[in-house]
Write a protein that binds this ligand. Structure first.
Ligand code: AHG
Ligand code: MN
Ligand code: MN
Length: 329
């Protein structure tokens, strides 16, 4: 018999003192992800494809599924009494808890739908989430309450809506993978204590930005591309799904390095990915699986954020490769 998510979380409560409020919050997040998975699976039959006709705070065109997933996560989590506020990649500022419901001790942050450019072409997409303690238990959380380093996360996870729906979770005791059993609607534990190999011959980067990269990244990727006869003396393979969840999930499964470096396209943005919704949760998961995550200079989890929608350069995955490219900076 495989362990259900509920069973796993109750075990964490008994063995590691996981807070029962946090357990109930995570069950709610998982339920919301199941609803999103269902909507994703309907595709053209469910009127969920295409653009919404709106733009988010990052200046990106929103897809119908970006908005729907955002709404599903908010609706599911606003009444349980576990949260003092939520923040989403798709919203301008923090989303308050409706007056009718009590405020709790946690903050939930999410990228409701990661890999938006892949929605309409039926390629894997996902949801990324992060839980922080609220500095103001029982009170509404403003933007300042969310500005905590990733090291303070008490939980991080993502789901991949792919051939299977997987939920990958850490509450600070390693990384577990749950697969959605579509017959029963339960998330069942299918991989315990994931460990990322320290070495790899596979890398992920959007090569079309090569001309905009900084020198250390150019040097590192050039060395990989040089293969067997180059300084690394071995051939490297490349993969780029353009859904961070799918690229990270591959690395969780068989190792690799994922890079979205800072580039010169827009000097105001230190990278494309968002620290609070993408960088921090993925960095926590990767470190819990024995990998490393930096922005090329610092450990991502040590960065003190200055704004909710802050961008960050990301190098994560197999530790020897992440350490090498970081040392080139
Ligand atoms: P989102 O869909 O939440 O905006 O995130 C997309 C991110 C990430 O998932 C992916 O790794 C990257 O953007 C892809 O960027 P490019 O289109 O530049 O390759
Ligand atoms: Mn994303
Ligand atoms: Mn998104």
């Amino acid at each position: 018999m495989k362990l259900s998510l509920t069973h796993y979380l109750i075990r964490c409560e008994r063995e590691h003192g996981l807070d029962s409020d946090l357990r109930l919050l995570l069950e709610t997040v998982a339920r919301a992800c199941k609803t999103i998975s269902h909507a994703v699976g309907k595709g053209a039959l469910g009127n969920v494809l295409g653009n919404a006709g709106t733009t988010n705070v990052q200046g990106e065109a929103q897809k119908k599924l970006d908005l729907l997933s955002n709404e599903i996560l908010f609706e599911a989590n606003c009444w349980g009494g576990h949260l003092a506020g939520m923040a989403s990649e798709e919203m301008h500022g923090p989303m308050g808890i409706p007056v009718a419901y009590p405020r709790g001790k946690y903050l939930l942050l999410f990228d409701p739908l990661d890999g938006s450019s892949n929605i309409d072409v039926n390629v894997s997409i996902g949801t990324i989430f992060s839980v922080l303690p609220s500095p103001l238990t029982g009170e509404d959380a403003g933007e300042a309450a969310f500005l905590q380093s990733g090291a303070r996360q008490v939980c991080a996870g993502y789901t991949v809506y792919g051939p299977q729906t997987s939920l990958v979770l850490t509450v600070g005791h390693g990384v577990q993978v749950f697969t959605l059993d579509r017959d029963t609607g339960s998330f069942l534990l299918t991989q315990s204590d994931v460990k990322i190999p320290v070495d790899t011959c596979e890398f992920a980067i959007n090569m079309s930005n090569a001309r905009h990269w900084e020198t250390p990244v150019k040097r590192y990727v050039d060395e990989l591309l040089a293969g067997k006869t180059g300084p690394r003396g071995t051939d490297f393979n490349m993969r780029w799904v353009a859904s961070m969840v799918a690229d990270v999930h591959r690395i969780m499964t068989r190792g690799g390095i994922f890079m979205y470096p800072r580039d010169a396209r827009d000097p105001a943005k230190p990278g494309r990915l968002r620290l609070m919704y993408e960088g921090n949760p993925m960095a926590f998961l990767i470190e819990q699986a024995g990998g490393a995550a930096t922005d090329g200079r610092r450990r991502i989890l040590d960065i003190e954020p200055t704004k909710l929608h802050e961008r960050v350069a990301v190098f994560l995955g197999s530790s020897n490769e992440v350490e090498r490219v970081t040392s080139y900076h």
